[in-house]
Design a protein around this ligand. Structure first.
Ligand code: ADP
Ligand code: MG
Length: 675
């Protein structure tokens, strides 16, 4: 028996079963071994018939008798048998499994596993699994594997097939270097595979998952380490740090820098002065002053004679940046470039950019999708960088000839373990401090039937000339009734609650220009109350908005709620955030966390713990990495993997000796380039 043998070499696999295995993409014995269970059922508790409880999962050891089968209604078949042990007997029932009748050996002792249920006052077991009592049961008296099934090929059959190839598992070669395993207290590959199919306990299963998770993480991290090294070998531009220029700029600001801003800016200046191109991500909560730090980097690059490009994910944001930036870099020629600009206007902008007359170019994707020729591009600033894909970034970088320095900014707090995993090839700086004098936003959970107080706060704010956001969860057609739909809420608010005010609706299905024009009208204070799905752009600044009402708030991730809350209280006035629940139940712990902390990182950590990386990051990127086993919230696992990966690359260990790891790394290298 060899791993490469076809499944047809197994006992009981004829053309029909082989075809069904093919549906599950199992063609060889190796495929079968790596067909891991989808989940487990714990039937390890053995009970006697008098101990049975409804709903309980357990195994009964009993002899079978009185087996009979019959057809009832059209084609429906029922098999019944009586299982008897020392304490009594219980009826077993199977539906549509007529083969059971001939299969049962009367008078023999069986292990019977399944769910016990009460029917007409008597305990029954419906469709239990059955196997003759033995020391090595496959389907009962243990934690059993449940595989993804296909028509005519159930888990029980798959368990039998896996059992035939079980002897091969022992011979599986190790996929990771031995010292990696030792350092991190991990079990061997073959042992982990064995446990995945045949766990003896949930704790033991955890050791196997941990081992596979580690392997995934090490793969991702070696990949990003290699990418990072490659990136650093590209020839970049050296931008000398003009200290007196920066000092003068800072002295002219109406406020002092926070010490976090100063530290991060310093890092960036050092990066830009180096020969290797910078690839740095600045993380900082909404309002922590990232834009200002980016502008400081820009003036240094501009001063050294380089062009600077700044990209934002939407036109509204690009316009806002343009206005802010223009006021900060007086004397430098700034240029706004948007996809929606008229052709002639755009052409003139392109000409000014190519001729080098425009030095600081601010725009959206138009910056990179249009045929824009740059003149000595030295620094690229990407706001809310996770909105950009690999192609767009590479393309922009290719415009410069030499690799420009890249500075990305995000307001999404990314927990350290997640950053190490998916941002491994970026250098990360955190602005962990808000400018002084900002009062935290008052946050309150609201039950759906007690909105009076919330609306009176909103009315008071409107009366004072402020504006209100109302956010509704995006819902599918098939969704349950409880979550109020955007339309319904809009009608209610515009016709009743906020009658007399200008209430507008914004939702994801609107065309882009319509969305942008509504946003622009809101910014211009032409709209008082904006009802929307979560399309409100990250980073959009409406300092006059002071109230954020979030409907169905328990449906949002904490990171997202935090982002939404950050939309208000950006001016000098006190901000309010109301988290309306869909029902009157006790609010979940995560929602309560919103009430007592405004620390985005703390909330993100909590979210990662409870809901996994997808919640924080949007499923796309972590999903593409296909981390099946890695628990990104597990600090010791993630930092252990990181340490090992960095060491592996630094000591130039050869991936060639570890073909499985090599393949994994190659796959990840193309994906992590995204970041
Ligand atoms: P972010 O992009 O991080 O959300 P911004 O750069 O837009 O934040 O800054 C938010 C506001 O705070 C801006 O109005 C900016 O002028 C102001 N600001 C930035 N740094 C400071 C500081 N050190 N002290 C006071 N206000 C600041
Ligand atoms: Mg910003």
């Amino acid at each position: 028996m060899k791993l490469s043998d076809p499944v047809s070499s197994l006992k009981g696999v004829g053309p029909q079963i082989q075809q069904k295995l093919g549906v599950l993409r199992i063609e060889t014995l190796q495929d079968l071994i790596f067909y891991f269970p989808r989940k487990y059922e714990d039937y390890s508790t053995i009970v006697t018939s008098d101990q049975l409880r409804p709903g309980q999962k357990a195994t009964l050891k009993a002899t079978l008798g009185q087996v009979k089968g019959r057809y009832v209604r059209r084609g429906m078949h029922i098999t019944e048998a009586v299982a008897t042990d020392v304490k009594g007997s219980i009826k077993l029932v199977w539906f549509n499994q007529p083969y059971r009748v001939a299969g049962i050996k009367t008078g023999q002792e069986y292990l019977i596993s399944g769910d016990f249920a009460l029917s007409r006052g008597r305990m029954n077991m419906v469709n239990p699994s059955l196997e003759l009592n033995s020391n090595f049961p496959l389907h009962s008296a243990r934690i059993i594997s449940i595989y993804k099934e296909t028509a005519g090929l159930k888990s029980a059959a798959l368990r039998k097939l896996v059992d035939q190839v079980r002897p091969l598992i022992d011979r599986l070669p190790e996929t990771l270097p031995e010292d990696m395993l030792e350092q991190n207290d991990l079990i061997s590959f073959s042992r982990a595979v064995e446990i995945i199919h045949y766990p003896e306990s949930m704790q033991q299963l955890e050791t196997a998952r941990r081992r596979f998770g580690f392997e995934e993480l090490v793969g991702v991290m070696i990949a990003s380490e290699l990418n990072k090294r490659q990136f650093k070998t590209e020839s970049g531009v050296t931008i000398p740090f003009n200290e007196s220029l920066v000092k003068e700029f800072v002295a002219n600001l109406p406020f002092p820098l926070t010490s976090a801003q100063r530290k991060v800016a310093w890092k960036i200046f050092m990066d830009m002065e180096a020969k290797e191109p910078m690839n740095r991500l600045v993380e900082g909560d909404v309002g922590s002053g990232k834009t200002l730090v980016a502008v400081m980097a820009a003036i240094v690059a501009l001063d050294a004679g380089y062009q600077v490009a700044m990209m934002a994910p939407t036109e509204i944001l690009a316009r806002q940046h343009f206005v802010n930036v223009a006021s900060l870099v007086k004397g430098k020629s700034t240029e706004l470039l948007l996809g929606s600009m008229k052709a002639a206007e755009k052409k003139r902008a392109h000409q000014r950019i190519a001729a080098g007359e425009s030095r600081f170019i601010i725009g959206t994707h138009a910056l990179i999708t249009d045929k824009v020729a740059m003149d000595n591009l030295g620094l690229v600033i990407i706001d809310e960088q996770h909105r950009f894909g690999v192609k767009q970034r590479k393309f922009l970088q290719s415009k410069a000839g030499k690799m420009p320095h890249v500075l990305s900014m995000t307001a999404t707090p990314i927990p350290r373990t997640l950053a190490l995993t998916i941002y491994g090839e970026l250098d990360i700086s955190i602005i962990d401090e808000l400018p002084p004098g900002r009062s935290p936003i008052v946050t309150q959970i609201v039950s759906p039937n007690s909105r009076t107080e919330m609306y009176s706060v909103a009315h008071a704010q409107l009366a004072a000339g402020h504006q209100v956001f109302v956010v509704c969860p995006l819902i599918e057609e098939s969704d349950t009734i409880n979550v109020a739909s955007v339309d319904k809420i809009y009608n209610e608010l515009s016709k009743k609650v906020f009658k007399g005010h200008v209430v507008s609706l914004l939702h994801g299905k609107m065309p882009n220009d319509e969305k942008e024009s509504i946003m622009a009208r809101f910014i211009a204070k032409e709209i008082d109350v904006l009802v929307s799905t979560t399309v409100i752009e990250v980073g959009v600044d409406v300092p006059n908005a002071t109230v954020m009402i979030i409907e169905g708030s328990e449906r949002f991730g904490l990171a997202q709620l935090h982002q939404l809350r950050g939309r208000v209280g950006r001016g000098r006035s006190q901000g309010f955030c109301f988290l309306v629940m869909s029902d009157s139940k006790t609010p979940p712990k995560r929602l309560q966390a919103m009430e007592y902390t405004t620390d985005g990182f703390k909330l993100a950590e909590l979210d990662l713990d409870i809901r996994g990386p997808g919640a924080i990051y949007g499923i796309s990127q972590s999903g593409q990495l296909d981390l099946r086993f890695a628990n990104i919230a597990d600090h010791s696992l993630v930092s252990g993997a990181r340490k090992v990966a960095v060491e592996f690359v630094a000591t130039k260990q050869r991936l060639d000796s570890f073909p499985v790891l090599k393949k994994r790394v190659q796959r990840y290298r193309s994906i992590t380039n995204l970041n």
